[in-house]
Design a protein around this ligand. Structure first.
Ligand code: HEC
Length: 124
């Protein structure tokens, strides 16, 4: 009788600790912000173009400010075209910085749709 009560108690303790373990695992997984959906082919092309052409000045994580350039995640197609092709802004757009350091990069014209797709992949 004493033995069986002891066994039940241990099992309950074990069950409680495995439940706690599963709960912690769930918390860790659900709090991990890096768990995102995989990029589409177009977004992946945009990411590699961004990493090659933009991160000298912008942050490798486009949601953050870079060494010289501001955050650029969620930029519109019009803004990217104006900035990359013509070194201008769309009419009425209020720039994040007053400076005019960024050169036009017209050779990247064909990459703009991909860069746009990548920079807009951060919306969930
Ligand atoms: C030589 C450094 C440099 C490079 C390379 C560069 N940028 Fe910039 N970018 C800047 C700076 C600095 C600004 C702030 C305005 C200015 O001074 O021209 C800016 C502004 C911008 C803006 C406007 C942000 C806003 O909302 O006001 C966008 C969009 C942008 N860059 C995208 C890009 C993309 C995409 C690339 C790569 C294809 C790129 N930039 C390459 C330095 C750079």
């Amino acid at each position: 009788m004493i033995l069986s009560t002891h066994l039940v108690r241990t099992n309950r303790k074990q069950r409680a600790s495995s439940l706690l373990f599963v709960f912690c695992l769930f918390l860790i997984i659900s709090c991990n912000k890096e768990v995102t959906r995989p990029l589409t082919a177009l977004e992946a092309r945009g990411k590699s173009s961004y990493m090659s052409n933009c991160i000298a000045c912008h942050n490798p994580d486009p949601r953050l400010s870079g060494s010289i350039g501001p955050d650029v995640a969620n930029s519109s197609f019009e803004l990217l075209s104006a900035r990359i092709l013509r070194k201008t802004y769309p009419p009425g757009y209020k720039p994040k910085r007053e400076t005019a350091v960024m050169p036009a990069l017209p050779m990247l014209e064909n990459d703009i749709p991909a860069i746009h797709a990548y920079l807009n992949s951060f919306k969930n």
